[in-house]
Design a protein around this ligand. Sequence first.
Ligand code: NCD
Length: 358
Amino acid sequence: MNASVNPPDKLDDEWIARREDLRHRPARSDRRSLTHLLDPRQFDREFLDEMCDLTTDIRTLAKTREGLNALRSLLSHKRAMLYFTQPSTRTFLSFNNACHILGIRTSEIRDSSTSSEVKGESIEDSIRTFSSYVDVIIMRTAEKGLAQRAAQLLDTTPRPLPIINAGSGKDQHPTQALLDIYTLERSFSDSGGIDGKTIGMMGDLARGRTVRSLCYLMKNYRDVKLVFVAPHAFGMEPDIKQHLADHEIPFRETTELDAVLGDLDAIYVTRMQSEHDIDGESALVDLSRYSIGPEQLEKIKPSGVVMHPLPRGPELHPDVDNDPRAKYWRQERNGMWMRAAVLTKVFGAEREFYELCR
Ligand code: NCD
């Protein structure tokens, strides 16, 4: 694997140095295994740092054609089930493409009306059925806790394969939180990473699972402060605030974006989750007060970071897209690399990956 034999495309100095480092890095055997990926509370700092490194290492190898070809052999003996019965563009496509990058074959169900669930098959029997055909189940469902139940169920069967939670109702989105951490760490790579930063979260914090999961990860970083910007009716839920209090993570809540914008190192913008409305309640909110556009950009620090899990609504103006502080398109792409790292980790293939890099 000599870069001079196959000239790499678009390799700048950072990637060239990283590729060289990967070639010579001694194999580590002290890395921990990951059985299921269900809830962000299962991650500690060591794990998060390891996942961020692995993500960048996979991206590095994938920068060249020969690297991509090598990656495609890493898990070519594995099959994945993408069970996505809730709408998804990014999470689905990024997992699907992460699988393909690693050579994993995929099957999918994207609508339970096309599966035997319409014939009355229980979700337990459906999950067990998937496990007959594949080696990992990646699932997005409207029901909170379903991924946990699936994992517990499979752990009692002769085929206890890994379950990855790709979004569970209004509750959690752990792989999004991983890619958000990766994006924040990289965005702050010249200023000490996430430690010591003030991070704002704005929008529908009550029903947005991305911010709930990201909050759970904050205990792993030193001196982080959180600022929640939301209308009263959609503020952060008490369970998350209790978690932050238990871990002595300072947070404050406000309805006034303008008053806090200049204090923030990052603003994580989210949309109204109106699909969860019972009685049209999101239409009652004046969203223009909770949005980022050119006017707000002027108040954001020059080193500030604007993130959004996407899809966006009126809370994030397209005119922000070309500002260097807008990180959401990068964030979206980071999701594919982080999910490739998740799959590598779940299959315990890190050592083989680092061997491919030599
Ligand atoms: C998020 C989700 O599904 O929770 N989207 C995503 O996975 N990128 C955010 C959202 O839908 O608002």
